[in-house]
Design a protein around this ligand. Sequence first.
Ligand code: AMP
Ligand code: ZN
Length: 134
Amino acid sequence: MKNDCIFCAIAEGEIPSFKVYEDDEVLAYLDINPFTKGHTLVIPKQHRTGLLDAEDSLLASVLPKVKKVAAHLKSALPCDGFNILQNNGEAAGQTVRHIHFHIIPRYAGEPLVFESHKGDMDELKALSERVRMA
Ligand code: AMP
Ligand code: ZN
């Protein structure tokens, strides 16, 4: 398998996938362990690990395709909304080291739990001073 990368193997057609969309640059296919019905992954065919090693030009060509596939899913499924998720690094839950955008269809009345907590204003202020970009 090229690069030992399962998503490269899918892009090359060496491993089968439940294809949703394909063109010269990207491939979209159903996630085999879906969060919700229609959970789809969009990948560039070129191997990049994640957001930080993907060139701006590559990202600029992929995001409109994510939009195109999401719009299609919204009417074809249909679903009521969707989340876009893109994990970078093991700590963020990335299990496949080939950049991919999750399109997670959402259905009214079917919650998916992303847990948050009430922010501490002093901590937020100090943090913003530390990370604010010039
Ligand atoms: P992440 O956790 O962001 O790296 O997401 C990787 C995703 O790829 C997971 O949601 C897996 O269920 C999915 N996945 C892994 N192998 C395959 C495969 N052969 N076909 C489709 N989806 C896959
Ligand atoms: Zn790859």
